[in-house]
Each structure stands twice: as C-alpha cells, then as structure tokens.
Write a protein that binds this ligand. Structure first.
Ligand SMILES: Cc1cc2nc3c(=O)[nH]c(=O)nc-3n(C[C@H](O)[C@H](O)[C@H](O)COP(=O)(O)OP(=O)(O)OC[C@H]3O[C@@H](n4cnc5c(N)ncnc54)[C@H](O)[C@@H]3O)c2cc1C
Length: 401
C-alpha cells in the first residue's frame, strides 16, 4: 500500500515541525517554501508551555537550549538609561515573566527544526502554490514553477500574511491591532547588558534593545498608530518615517536610528487572524496562517503545539483527513482563542498621563515590593500557553521523529 502524501507550504516553525511528526507517522512529506533559502531573520522568540513540551517529545529541548539568547530579564529604563522596574527571566516552562526561561532567535529555532526534518521530508525552495483543486479524494496542486502534483492532503503554514489562504478563505478576517514594529540587528556596544531593555517614549512609541547569542544586539522600534501599510513601504521610505517619528527620543534611540542605514531590517504591521474554521476538505491552515495572535509570547508555542496535534490526528486517521482536521481544530482552539485575548492594549501609551500611570504601575510591580509580593501572588498574567492537554499519540499512531 502506498504511503499517504502531504504537501506543507511554509518552512519556518510550524511547517518543519509538522513535517517531522508526519514523516515519522509514515507520511510522504513535501515542504514548499516561497523563498529560495531557509529564512534566518527574526529576533528573540519565547518557547513556553505546550511548545516546550513538543520540543521535549521531539528530543530537541537540549539542542534548542544550547541556542538560548541568555537574556536574563526585562528592564524598563528612563531617558538616561536608569532602570525603574525590572522583571527577572522565568524559572519554568510557563510562568508569567516577560522573558521566558527559554528564549531563542527565531532563525536558529527554524534551522534546528529544518535539520531535524530534512532527511525524512522533501524540501522545495523558491516555489509556491498557485491553485488548489480538491475533488474529495485528493488535491491537485498547481505551482508557480513545478508541474501539477496530487497529494492526499495540503497544510498551509505560511504565516499571518499567507497568500494560499486566500484560495481557501478569500474573506479571511485580518484584524489589525494598530501596532507597527521595526526589528533590526545592530552592532553590540560594550555596555549592552543581557536584559531586554525598554524605553517608553510617549506618543505610542517604545524603543527596545535585547541581547542575542551571536555577538550583536537586537533592536526594535514599536509604534501604536492608526496608519496602515507601513510594512509595505520600501526600505528608504520606512527608514525616513522611523527617523522622523523617533528623532526626538533619548536613551539609545540615536544609536539605533544611526544604524538604520546598514542594519538588517524586518518590519511588521501587527495583526491577528480570526477565522471560523481552519480547514476546508483536505486542506488545512496551521500556525500564524490560521490563528496569529500577534508577537506577545504565544506564536511560536502555538505553532509547535498545533503542528504536533495536526500530525498526530492525521497519523491516527489517515483515511479520514477532514475528520482529522476537525479534531485538530477542536483540540487547539482553546489555546489559540485565549492567546488572541492576550494583547497588551495599554503597552504603548499615546497620552502623557497614561505614560505616567504606566511608569508608576511598572515601578510598583517591578520594584522591590512588587517582586516580594509576586513570590506569593503572581502580579503579571502569564501568556496562555498551557490551555490544552497535548494528546499522547506515541503508542498507537506516531513514534518519536
Ligand atoms: C522572517 C521572519 C521573521 C520573524 N521574526 C519574528 C520576531 O522577531 N519575533 C516574533 O515574535 N515572531 C517573528 N516571526 C513570526 C514567528 O516565526 C511566528 O509568529 C511563529 O513562530 C509561527 O510560525 P509559523 O511557522 O506559523 O509562521 P512564520 O514564522 O510566519 O513562517 C511562515 C513561512 O512561510 C513562508 N511562506 C510565506 N508565504 C508562502 C507561500 N505563498 N508559499 C510558500 N511559503 C510561504 C515564509 O517565507 C515563512 O518561511 C517571524 C517570521 C518570519 C518568517
């Protein structure tokens, strides 16, 4: 009997994780990635709760830990760099600290997951899906470059701005959160410490610096704004907008703005994806393409957990793909729906009195008294990363990849 075949579109976090588990369950797996290489951009992402448990079940936790950015916590700083509130890194899988116990650069995590799946799955870089024809028994897939191929199932793990999703759900609800972020990698300065330092600049502006494990420093400029489309501007224009917007701020802002000419730069208009269903027939969405909640500490974890559950359910009933997709969605929803409510709406104060209130609150909970109290009662709400029980697929359907 021939093996069931599956196409996964997108080689970042969710795609390669699903590929590993599906190949281990006996599926013939092809992964197509639009870029002609594995993308190693991106900054620090946290792996928590169910996501960390998936890495553990894959035998990859120690490998990922060896790529830890060694961030020791988060500190809020004034114009002169002095700290007024600080939050040490978490000490377990799932506590509420803004810095998780396990922080890793997105590109390094993607590389480990790719390496783990590359020998058991076929990767095709530099191509993408242009049409899907699901006749109820299989899916004929048209590509931009390759000839048409037929698969038993297709998984779309293309991130929040997925184009293939439009073929399935043309009316997808992209819910803009009114936040724009520019991420850049800048030369490390001698006094850059190992904390995630944030300066709340007012008028909806935050300036961030974070340590990495490759000898550079990660900077982020985040902005609350009603203007849409900043992420679609060309690089020179976006650099001009950032300089005009942040030019009056102090602390390390001038250094970051000066680095903009040469730094690797990635911008994102932050949005959530809200869909009534994630699948249609034999095609399913996975990861940010299905349920993006925004960059608030749950995206990578839910991508790992979702890939594991999707593969587990397909492995359990390869003969009834739509039923497996339905169960996958039922299991995951409680976590991803809660993740969408975990949005720091007041984190980018636009008016001065709100900035002052935020500073006072942070001083209270991130100062000595707050830290003492939080040893007894948590003062910071943890991201919802443990809202589901991960099924154990190992004995009946899947073995460890
Ligand atoms: C380059 C990059 C940098 C990122 N940086 C950060 C960061 O700094 N902080 C943070 O919190 N999150 C970041 N993210 C998002 C983070 O990876 C996700 O929130 C989360 O891990 C979920 O991953 P995912 O696999 O579902 O989607 P994503 O990580 O978004 O990956 C989607 C993948 O699909 C590919 N793709 C897109 N369209 C197509 C297509 N039509 N055909 C084939 N392939 C396609 C993309 O190139 C990408 O490799 C970044 C993502 C990317 C791609």
């Amino acid at each position: 009997m021939s093996r069931p075949s599956i196409l996964i579109s997108g080689a970042s976090i969710a795609g390669p994780t699903a590929a590993s588990w599906l190949a281990a369950a006996g599926w013939d797996v092809t992964v197509v990635e639009r870029f002609d290489h594995l993308r190693d951009e991106g900054q620090n992402v946290d792996v928590r709760g169910t996501g960390r448990e998936v890495l553990r079940r894959m035998g990859l936790e120690d490998d990922i830990r060896s790529h830890h950015t060694r961030e020791t916590g988060m500190a809020f700083v004034d114009e002169d760099g002095s700290t007024y509130a600080s939050f040490p890194a978490g000490a377990g899988d799932s506590d509420g600290s803004p810095t998780a116990e396990l922080e890793v650069l997105r590109g390094q995590l993607a590389r480990v997951l790719y390496d783990h799946s590359a020998s058991s799955s076929q990767y095709v870089f530099g191509d993408h899906i242009t049409a899907l024809h699901d006749d109820g028994h299989g899916v004929d897939v048209e590509f931009d470059q390759a000839p048409v191929r037929r698969f038993d199932a297709v998984v779309v793990a293309e991130g929040s701005r997925s184009r293939t999703r439009r073929l399935l759900f043309p009316d997808t609800g992209v819910h803009e959160l009114g936040l724009f972020a520019a991420y850049l990698t800048i030369p490390r300065a001698e006094d850059d410490d190992r904390q995630w330092r944030i300066h709340v600049g007012g008028n909806g502006r935050l300036v961030h610096l974070r340590p990495d494990n490759v000898g550079t420093t990660r900077a982020m400029l985040s902005l609350k704004t009603d203007i849409r489309g900043l992420d679609r501007l060309d690089r020179d224009t976006v650099v001009g907008v950032l300089r005009a917007t942040y030019g009056d701020l102090e602390w390390e802002t001038p250094r970051i703005l000066a680095a903009l000419d040469d730094a690797p730069l990635y911008t994102d208009q932050i949005a959530q994806i809200r869909l009534p269903t994630w699948h249609s027939g034999r095609v399913a969405l996975l990861g940010d393409a299905a349920w993006c909640a925004g960059p608030f500490g749950t995206g990578t974890t839910s991508a790992l957990a979702g890939a594991y559950v999707l593969a587990g359910e397909l492995g359990a009933t390869p003969d009834d793909i739509p039923a497996a997709f339905t169960r996958y969605e039922q299991i995951l929803r409680p976590q991803t729906d809660r993740a969408q409510t975990f949005v720091p709406h007041h984190g980018h104060p636009r008016v001065e009195w709100r900035r002052k209130v935020m500073r006072q609150n942070l001083r209270l909970i991130g100062g000595p008294i707050g830290r003492a109290v939080s040893r007894v009662v948590p003062l910071v709400t943890p991201p919802p990363v443990n809202s589901i029980e991960l099924p154990d697929y190992s004995p009946s359907a899947l073995t460890q990849p």
